[in-house]
Design a protein around this ligand. Sequence first.
Ligand SMILES: Nc1ncnc2c1ncn2[C@@H]1O[C@H](COP(=O)(O)OP(=O)(O)OP(=O)(O)O)[C@@H](O)[C@H]1O
Ligand SMILES: [Mg+2]
Length: 295
Amino acid sequence: MTIGYLLEIPILLAVGLLVGLMVDRQEHFRRGLEIQAETLAQSHRELQEQTRLLLEKETQLRRADRLSALGQLSAGLAHEIRNPLGAIKGAVEILQDDYPPGHSKAEFYAILLKEVERLNDVLTNFLSFARPVTPRFAPADVRETLTALEGLISGQARAHRVQVFTSFHTGPSRVMADETLLKQAFLNIMLNGVEAMPEGGDLAVSTRLRPESTAGGRPEWVEVVFDDTGPGIPEEDQGRIFDPFFTTKKDGTGLGLAITHRIIENHHGAIRVMSQRGKGTTFVVALPLEGAIGL
Ligand SMILES: Nc1ncnc2c1ncn2[C@@H]1O[C@H](COP(=O)(O)OP(=O)(O)OP(=O)(O)O)[C@@H](O)[C@H]1O
Ligand SMILES: [Mg+2]
């Protein structure tokens, strides 16, 4: 055995050790990088979520801003318009006596009166929107509220040849609500459905417990689903339908869904829409059940 060969052994050992150490370091370094990448991805996800929330809040703020400006404006205007309208109506009624039914000019008085009534209605709508009532909350059963509405809308539905179907879940369905306001919110959605189907169609109203909440214990949310077979809402309009004054109807005020949105928000709920052109529209209203989230 030569001395050279003897020397080779420790050298080889040292090299082996060094390589081992380097591989170890490299592995350590790689893991560090992986952790950093995961942390970055997590931060990115959080940032995306925060941005989404921020944009949502901004939209809400813009809407609220427009609502409060509208409130101030219409409260003042309403007074100015209502009084002359009353005077016009009174004068027309007096003049009407000179033109009894059957007279060639009688129909003009009828038109005048009808239009004055219509202006009055629009004004009433604006006022109820501008001066929102403070909700008076009491326990209410969503199924009973919807059943009461079924009767209320049946005339309109028949006139449009729209069939209204209801199907309700079994289980808890009591919410803390101002029932009058909740009825108004639901009615606006149902009326829109009926109005969207002048040639007839189906409007299905159903209730369910929010699926994910039933898995781990007590359900917390009840959802009301309004499903119509109308023409759908174009995608570019879907973000605007809750804005005050957005309407695609000749006689619409564009306040129905804005009022509905506000009522649902006041009830700590949420409303969303899904729609496909030509296939129909679905509105989902989620409300916290009585006893949930501290209600
Ligand atoms: N179910 C639906 N199908 C198709 N379009 C809908 C439906 N619901 C709402 N829309 C659209 O949303 C718009 C806004 O609805 P909203 O109820 O706020 O006002 P409106 O019905 O036009 O007027 P108003 O309710 O004051 O009489 C409607 O003009 C319509 O274009
Ligand atoms: Mg409407």
